[in-house]
Design a protein around this ligand. Structure first.
Ligand SMILES: Cc1ncc(COP(=O)(O)O)c(C=O)c1O
Length: 393
């Protein structure tokens, strides 16, 4: 398939999805096998053991690489396993520069795990290019990008960060929030794209997975080596479900965005909401950058109802269609408290500095009917007034 001449959905549906050569099965089968029988010693058909290689996983890797305009995809058992694989390029004594507003699990990986191997991380406000440049050291080997960030929806200018990269430094972009439908960091010069495929790519909140995509053959070789050496691979069932989900990514992303835009406008007009963080709003500080760098604004937003943490907790309990659950990117709408759910692994002072406090709620806006989503939020906000009503005399 010529990736440059095919549209996004054609690639989603056809890349890596050729009929099975063994049987003609139109849909790539779930090769539920640990091992492969040889005709003679040394005579493999390219497959020897499913930790190293599996045809269903290969089909997924080819499909997702095509969606990111990349040459190589390497699939993992989770987004965190994929993040760890990209960081495995580092050695003791190396240094990472990462955004201070970063997914809590990635923060835990860098500050809790890699620090044990003498790999230090400096967290910076990546909207501040001068500060980011200043954070780079001679031993900096990895510049991590996450845009829009989780949960504050802060945008990073990918091309500007890539321009800071010195020889020997790697740039990795976590593209989970946008999905490749709305943003393609490899086209902007990034070395590796990482996804939690748990989210939009698989899209149905029914599995955990991750992927790395690159155009660099040497990086791919290292990642494939790591995939086999560490063994955090997705099973064939999960690879199949991810692949099936990814076929409808464009359709879903358009709906997620339409609904998120409607919800953001609704919340913005509420006097009992003090802030709405969504890059599609003209008031968002990254709105112009979002228009330039992304082809859509995505389906996630955070907001701050007035009335503090107590009111926010009550609102999260009172919604019905928005289910109170961690994660994002599925067809169903979710609401969560980043402070105690997704970002609990971040130290409190850091969370406070970023604005990840008890009064912040994050929404993953699904593809249900927009009117129902708005009615659900309106009902929950109205049920918990920001100020107790004055008793009438
Ligand atoms: C932006 C981002 N990156 C990475 C991850 C980790 O992915 P997983 O939960 O699949 O390990 C998440 C999970 O929420 C995430 O939101």
């Amino acid at each position: 398939m010529d990736k440059l001449r095919r549209g996004f959905s054609t690639r989603a549906i056809r890349s890596g999805q050729d009929a099975d050569p063994a049987t003609g099965s139109t849909i790539p089968p779930i090769y539920q096998t640990a091992t492969y029988t040889l005709d003679a010693i040394g005579a493999t058909k390219g497959y020897d053991y499913s930790r190293s290689i599996n045809p269903t996983r290969r089909a997924l890797e080819t499909q997702l690489a095509a969606l990111e305009n990349g040459a190589f995809g390497v699939a993992f058992a989770s987004g965190m396993a994929a993040c760890f694989a990209s960081a495995s390029m580092l050695r003791s004594g190396d240094h990472i520069v990462a955004p201070r507003d970063i997914y809590g699990g990635t923060y835990r990986l860098f500050s809790g795990v890699l620090s044990r191997y003498n790999i230090e991380t400096t967290y910076v406000d990546m909207a501040d290019l001068a500060a980011t440049r200043k954070a780079l050291r001679p031993n900096t080997k990895l510049i991590w990008i996450e845009t829009p960030s989780n949960p504050m929806m802060v945008l990073t200018d990918i091309e500007a960060i890539v321009a800071l990269r010195q020889p020997g430094q790697l740039t990795v972009a976590d593209n989970t929030f946008c999905s490749p439908f709305f943003q393609r960091p490899l086209d902007l010069g990034v070395d590796i794209v990482v996804h939690s495929t748990t989210k939009y790519i698989a899209g149905h909140s029914d599995l955990i997975g991750g992927i790395l995509v690159t155009n660099d053959a040497d990086i791919n070789k290292e990642m494939v080596w790591h995939q086999n050496a560490i063994g955090a691979v997705p099973g064939p069932q999960d690879a199949f479900l991810t692949m099936r989900g990814a076929k409808t990514l464009a359709l879903r992303m358009r709906e997620h965005e339409r609904n998120a835009t409607a919800v953001a406008h609704f919340l913005e007009k509420r006097s009992d909401v003090s802030a709405v963080y969504y890059p599609g709003l003209a008031t968002h500080p990254g709105h112009e950058l979002a228009k330039r760098q992304m082809s859509g604004f995505g389906g996630i937003l955070s907001f701050r109802p007035r009335g503090g943490a107590a009111r926010a907790y009550e609102i999260a309990r009172k919604t019905g269609i928005f289910q109170l659950a961690t994660s994002l990117g599925g067809v169903e709408s979710l609401i969560c408290s980043p402070e105690v759910m997704t970002h609990a692994s971040m130290p409190e002072p850091v969370r406070k500095e970023l604005g990840i406090t008890g009064d912040l709620l994050r929404l993953s806006v699904g593809v249900e009917d927009a009117e129902d989503l708005i009615a659900d939020l309106a009902g929950a906000l109205d049920a918990v007034p920001a100020q107790p009503a004055r008793a009438s005399s």
